[in-house]
Design a protein around this ligand. Sequence first.
Ligand code: HEC
Length: 447
Amino acid sequence: MEWPIFQMPFIGNRMLIAIIGTIHVSISHGMAVGGSFFIVLLHYISIRTDNQRLNELVFKVLGIFFIITTSVGALTGVGIWLSTATVSPGTIGSLLHIFFWAWFTEWIVFVSEVILIMFYYLGWDKYGSKTGFKIGVVYVAASWLTMMLITGILGAMLTPGQWLATKSFWSGFFNPTYVPQLMTRTFIAVLLSIAFGLFITRLHKDYRDQWPEVWKFAGKSLLIASPLFLLFVLSYYNSLPLQISHLTSTALMTMKYATWAYLSKIFYISIVILMMIFGLILLTKKKDYVLLSFIPAFLMVFAMGNMERVREFIRKPYTIHQYLYSNALREDEAPFLNKTGVSAHLGWAERSAKETDPQLRLGEKIFKLECSTCHTYSGINGITKKTNILQNPELNENFLKTYKRSHPFMPPFIGTDAERTALALYLDKIVKEANGKTNVQPSEGNK
Ligand code: HEC
C-alpha cells in the first residue's frame, strides 16, 4: 500500500498487460523456444543430407527469428516487467521476495541465450556446420531453460500448493501444476514455431526448390507434436479445475469455469485434429499451399491466447492464489485492515486524490487502491458504466457489503464501515457525473 497507484486510461491496467504479454508470449514461445527447435532440427537435416541450399534457407529463416526475438521479443519481455511492476508493485515485490533466485538465474540464462543466438546466427559461416550446430543445440537448451524457470513462478501464482503452509522456495516452484504446464508450453512452443516457420519459409521465394524439404519436416513434426500437445494440455486442465473449484466456494465461479474448461477441451481437440490434418497434407503432398502457411499460425496463437486467458481468469481475485489479491492487499492482513481501516496507509493515493470533500476524497482513494487494478473510470470494464448496480449510495453500499458472495472474482471489500460508506458515495458521484446526472449533494447522500 505504500506504492504509487497507476491507472492506464481507457484500456485499463489488465488490457495493458494482456497486450504486451500476448505479443511477448507468442514470440518467446514460437520464435525463441520453439523456433530454436525448428531451426536446429532443420539445420541438422541440412548437414545430414549435405544440402547446401537447405542450409542457406535455414540461415535465412533463422535471420528473421533472430531479429524478431532480439528486438520485439526482448523489448516486450522487459515491457512485462515494466508494466506489471508499474501496475502492481506490491505483487511483483512479493514474487521477488519468494522467487528472487529463480529470477536471478533466469536473467543469467536469458543473457546467455541472447549471446548464443548471436554466435549461432552471426557465426553461421565462420564456425562451419558442425560447431555451428553445437552452438545451436546449446541455444535450444538455454531457451527452454528460461521457460522452465518462469513457468515455476507462473504456476505458483495459480496453484501455490504447499507453499501457502511452508513458504519455501522449492514447494512454490515445484507447485502442483508445474510439470503439466511446462510440458504444455513446450509443445505449444514447438507447434507455434512450425506454424511461424512455414510462414517465414514462404517469404523466401528464391529457395522454392527447398520448400518441399521444409514441408516434409513440418508435416512430420506436426504429426508427432500435436497429439503430445493435446495429451499435456488435457492433463494440465485436469490438474486445474478440481483444485480451483475446491478453493473457490461459490457455485457461480465453479459453473462459469466448468463451462470454460469443457469448451476449452473441445477447442483444443479440434485444433489438434486440424493441425494433424495439415501435417498429413504437408507430409504427403509436399506442395506449396498458401493457406497452410497462415492458418496454423493463426490457430496456435489463438490456442495459446486462450490458455493464458483461462489461467488468468481462474486465478481471480488473486495474483498469488489464496495469498495476495489482485489489488495487492494480502488476504491475511484483511482482518487487521477491517479494524484499522486501509486509509491510514494510503500515502501515494493521498497525493494523487483530486476530490476536496473529505468523504469523497476518502472514497476516491479507496477506489484507486482496491478497484482500479481492474476497473477504469469509463473505458474497458469502466466503473461508471455499471449503472445497473451502482444506482444510489444505499444500493452501492449494499453491493459493497454483499458482492463477496455474488462476485467471487473480485477481491472482497477491505476496510472499515466508514470507508465503505465513503466508497459508496464516491461511486455514486462518479457514476452520476459520467452519465450526465448531477449528484444530489454527495456528502449528504448517505445521512
Ligand atoms: C480482480 C479484478 C477486480 C477488482 C479488483 C474489482 N473488480 Fe469489480 N469487476 C471485475 C470484473 C471482471 C467484473 C465483471 C465484468 C463483466 O464481465 O461485466 C466486475 C464487475 C463489477 C461491477 C458490476 C457487477 C455486475 O453484476 O454488473 C461492479 C459494480 C464492480 N465490479 C465494482 C467494483 C468495486 C467497487 C471494486 C473495488 C472495491 C471492484 N469492483 C474491484 C473485476 C474486479
